[in-house]
Every structure is written in structure tokens, then in C-alpha cells.
Design a protein around this ligand. Sequence first.
Ligand SMILES: O=C(O)CCC(=O)C(=O)O
Ligand SMILES: [Fe+2]
Length: 195
Amino acid sequence: MQQPNANPNHLPDGFSYQANALSAQKSLELFYYLQQQLNWQQPTIKVYGKSHVIPRLQCFIADQNVSYGYSGSQLIVEPWPEVLDAMRVRLSRTLQIPFNALLVNLYRDGHDCMGWHSDDEKELGEQPTIASVSLGAERIFKIKHKHNNEQHSIVLQSGSCLIMNGFSQRDYQHSLPKQQRLKHPRINLTFRSII
Ligand SMILES: O=C(O)CCC(=O)C(=O)O
Ligand SMILES: [Fe+2]
């Protein structure tokens, strides 16, 4: 298996990684709170005409006027819990992006994963900014260029924030591969601005 790049600063244009956006203590508290409190769903998606449940749990939180078809399945839209609304306000102010939606992923263990994709849905606009906060187990995150062999892989630590902006979605795909031996869960918060 390819080793994760030791230096997360060597990411391509449009990706930037901040290790300690949240303290270890705060990250764990938030992890347990969200694991218990959110209304987790496991939507079904169609791949080549066949229906599958996705290999993770999800919760979609958004302002009331927002609707977002995620890979063809319409998720139930949940209101903002106070703690996530506060985080959204802070991130919006820091990054100068009016985040109005949040897709939360729960990877129950290393069997749960997310396949190669770009977050390039029309409703995210031309050069979307996505802020991705990780809580709980560390997971490997892979990035590959769409038209050449450029590949990167980094470890997303608990309390970290990965920002994707610029042409990161136009030019690259990303994925969260299975890690068969991993027993611990992880929650990922992806703040989005839907037009
Ligand atoms: O779990 C992750 O770090 C990636 C999530 C992701 O790519 C997405 O929600 O679009
Ligand atoms: Fe993504």
C-alpha cells in the first residue's frame, strides 16, 4: 500500500490541511455528542442500474431554503444543532464563505468508506469551497488528478480541517479508502455553500 505523504503541506493547489483546528478534548466530546444525537441515515444509491446502500451513515443539515440532490438520492434535511451552527458561523467568518449546508459522514469502522468522486455538483458552483472537519479515528484520504498520474495521500487526524477550494474539484478526485483492520469510528463534517 502507498504510504501517506509525511508532509501535508505538499498538497496540490486547492487543498490545504490544518492539523489542530479543534483540540483533542473538544474533538472527542463533539464526536460522542454527534454520534448519539444526529439522525443518521443510510441512503440507497444506484450504480449502473443496481441499488446499494452506501457504505457509511450520513446526516444532511442545511438552512431551510436549501435542497441538494446527493448522487441521485434526496436526503432528509435536518436543522442545525447549536454546536454545528456555531462552527458554521466561525468557519464562514474565517473563510469568507456563506456556508449553508453540512453533509456529515459516520464511518463506523474501517469497512466504511467513500469511493473516488469530485464534489462538482452544479449547485456547488464553479470553484466551491468545502471545509472538512475530522473527528475520531484517523483515516487515510487520497487525492488523484483526473488527467495524469499525480496522486497524494494524507492522514486526516481528529480535530483537523481540510479545505478544498479553487480548482480542486474540477481537476482532482478524492476518496476515503477502506482500512480493513481499523476498528474505530470517525465522523467527518463537510461544510458547503449551495447556490
Ligand atoms: O470523509 C471524508 O474525509 C471525505 C468526505 C467527502 O469527500 C464528502 O463528503 O464529499
Ligand atoms: Fe467529497
